[in-house]
Design a protein around this ligand. Structure first.
Ligand SMILES: *Cc1c(COP(=O)(O)O)cnc(C)c1O
Length: 370
């Protein structure tokens, strides 16, 4: 039996181990925020933003950001139907109504024309999720947001390393949210980051993130509002410091893996779409994804079976959120359900070998040619 190929795996070196060890040994008392502040500073610099707050995850960063924007019952938030539930759960927790729109067939991200058509007087935010590292059409979304006075939020959990005409994903919206879950390009096990260039929003989220205690509040244990507790620990931030020092190498390797898939799959380029990389952009390539042309007859189920048979973890493309029971069990938007039915996420991790990529492509070849 050949060794199992996992779909993602973190890259942890002596650098991260050294920092984490130091944090575990010395990062207490007056040093209990040292790595957190250092990680936030390095992340700000990497992204080119004014403010960053380390969090327990992307979900918490989104929850606090949306809460700080005052989103609540009666409000509508527009996002793509093809998404992981984490992108919408905070909308639900805040009592607002998610409005799902279909995706574009090439980027698998929300279609700006459908976003525009979905805007109502109740629309209070647009969540642009850069799916699998693919970039949303930010120019059009930001223009729509500006025209209608609606904040555009970037869920960049999958898009560290993605660049839109010189600016990094997550740095362009009203705020951005990142995830450092164990499957993500930069990981702290669990963890995330809230980022913004807006001073007022930053102060509001900082207060919310500290159980509602404003930083200028002089009274001890005196919350000003009911807040949240979505913090990152100093030990996790220490791992994050090692990861962010290596961020260029981590992203370059992800990109190289996508490029290598592209060349291995070149013979089938007319029937397999991989993550796009339009002119002027860089795809962070978090998750190489293959979408098979309808005429090949290849289905998600056949792909799952073929990969499982060869000891390879391949993930299904996200189910349309509107097809989930809590959102109405609909059939899903047209592209969102159609693409998911003939797509698969391919394994990709820092230490993946060319032989392992060849094994993945071999399964695809066999699936296509019987
Ligand atoms: C991973 C992910 C999340 C959730 O991040 P956590 O850190 O697990 O909270 C949210 N949105 C997207 C797009 C993700 O990929």
């Amino acid at each position: 039996m050949r060794s199992r190929i996992h779909y993602t795996k973190p890259s942890i070196t002596e650098l991260e181990v050294g920092y984490a060890t130091d944090a575990a040994r010395n990062g207490w008392g007056e040093h209990c925020y040292d790595y957190i502040h250092r990680f936030e500073a390095m992340f700000r610099e990497h992204l080119g933003v004014k403010h960053a707050i380390a969090t327990s995850g992307c979900t918490g960063a989104l929850h606090m950001g949306l809460a700080a924007l005052g989103i609540g019952p009666g409000d509508e938030v527009i996002l793509a139907d093809s998404n992981w539930i984490a992108s919408v759960s905070s909308v639900v927790h805040l009592g607002a109504t998610p409005v799902f729109v279909d995706i574009l067939p090439d980027s698998w991200c929300l279609d700006p024309a459908l976003v525009e058509a979905a805007i109502t007087p109740r629309t209070k935010a647009i969540i642009a999720v850069h799916l699998y590292g693919n970039l949303c059409e930010l120019d059009r979304l930001l223009a729509l947001g500006a025209l209608h006075g609606i904040p555009v939020i970037e869920d960049a959990a999958e898009a560290i390393g993605s660049i839109w005409h010189g600016r990094r994903a997550g740095s362009m919206g009203t705020f951005g949210a990142f995830s450092f879950h164990g499957t993500k390009t930069l990981t702290t096990g669990e963890g995330g980051m809230f980022v913004t260039n807006d001073d007022v929003l930053y102060e509001a989220v900082l207060t919310l993130s500290n159980h509602g205690r404003a930083r200028n509040q002089k009274q001890q244990f005196w919350p000003d509002v009911v807040g949240f507790k979505y913090k990152m620990s100093n030990v996790q931030a220490a791992i994050g410091c090692g990861q962010i020092e290596r961020i260029d190498a981590l992203c370059e390797r992800k990109h190289a893996i996508l490029d290598h898939y592209r060349s291995l799959l070149a013979p089938w380029a007319d029937v397999i779409d991989l993550n796009p990389e339009p002119e002027g952009t860089v795809n962070g390539a978090w998750m190489p994804t293959a979408v098979f042309a309808s005429r090949t007859g290849v289905t998600r189920e056949r792909l799952q079976q073929a990969f499982a048979g060869d000891g390879i973890d391949a993930r299904v493309f996200f189910h349309p959120l509107s097809s989930l029971p809590m959102f109405g069990s609909n059939q899903g938007a047209a592209n969102a359900s159609d693409i998911a039915a003939r797509a698969i996420n391919l394994p990709s991790y820092h230490d993946m070998t060319d032989e392992e990529q060849a094994r993945v492509v071999d399964v695809i070849r066999k699936t296509l040619h019987g």
